[in-house]
Design a protein around this ligand. Structure first.
Ligand SMILES: [Fe+2]
Length: 296
């Protein structure tokens, strides 16, 4: 019986010390979830769903419902996988936690989405520095039912495998794309800006801050701009990038990035909070509360 994730070591990276887990794929040990685990899921689920009305992209909540996700109980990956198999062909796999980049990319390139099987402790409701089941399942999985976004995720994985073979700098450029779209993306809709990024929808504070605070910039998505922009891992983002549609993402990522990486290798990166003359500005942030250093 497994109740604790198998953590191998902590590894020093450019993001500080990060936990490294075994890369093996396991069966979701569903029977080992405790009443407290299910309660944690319920509390977070209810709280975020309430907050996300009128804030998250419509398909986000619609897709959670198509999956049959509810506050009642931690979903079984096998149930969600039946829905995925009938729609976009993705498959959820249970993992112990953050995976090495290349392993992660290879899964995505094969339409497998790694989901951390364990859920945070009750005292970690508001913040956890690494992905857990709530972040992965509540935040990432709903959009895998969107055919265009599902293709984008696969393309991203394939791009990651390629970038890893080019240079660490290429990988850093690509990571920024993931960060500013899959994790912290906003989308422009007829009803106004909405959240689609998993890092936002799984965070109480950032669900409000990303849309309503005066401090951050909200800037139209531009692939090269995003790939040049540093980001925050320890605070809310200074800048959010806004797409017009998921098609825009897949279109932007269709071309071969090799020449782009070469060009970016000679270009300076932009601090996370900068606004450029060439930007389409939805909101120029006041910068209130920003830390002056720490962009990665
Ligand atoms: Fe994530």
């Amino acid at each position: 019986m497994q109740t604790v994730a198998e953590r191998v070591e902590h590894q020093l990276t450019d993001k500080g010390y990060v936990p490294v887990y075994t890369t093996r794929v396991i069966e979701q040990p569903w029977d080992t979830y405790t009443a407290t685990d299910h309660e944690t899921w319920a509390t977070l689920f209810k709280r975020q769903r309430e907050l996300l009305v009128g804030r998250a992209a419509n398909e986000f909540v619609e897709n959670q419902e198509r999956f049959g996700m509810s506050a009642d109980v931690i979903p079984k990956f096998s149930d969600l996988n039946r829905v995925l198999a009938e729609t976009t062909g993705w498959e959820l796999i249970a993992v112990e936690g953050l995976l090495p980049e290349l392993t992660f990319f290879e899964h995505l390139a094969n339409r497998r989405f790694p989901v951390t099987w364990w859920i945070r402790k009750p005292e970690q409701l508001d913040y956890l520095s690494e992905p857990d089941l709530f972040h992965d399942l509540f935040g990432h999985v709903p959009l895998l039912l969107n055919p265009v976004f599902a293709d984008y995720m696969q393309a991203y994985g394939a791009g990651g495998v390629k970038a890893a073979a080019i240079a660490p700098e290429a990988l850093a450029n690509l990571t920024r794309l993931y960060w500013y779209t899959v994790e912290f993306g906003l989308i422009n809709t007829p009803e106004g800006l909405r959240i689609y990024g998993a890092g936002i929808v799984s965070s109480k504070g950032e669900s409000i801050y990303s849309l309503e605070a005066d401090a951050p910039n909200r800037i139209g998505f531009d692939l090269e701009r995003v790939m040049r922009t540093r980001y925050r891992i320890d605070t809310y983002q200074k800048t959010y990038f806004v797409i017009d549609s998921y098609e825009q993402l897949i279109e932007a990522t269709r071309p071969d990035f090799t020449p782009l990486y070469a060009r970016l290798a000679d270009a300076a990166s932009h601090p996370a909070g900068n606004v450029l003359d060439s930007d389409t500005v939805y909101q120029r942030g006041t910068g209130e509360g920003w830390l002056s250093d720490g962009d990665v």
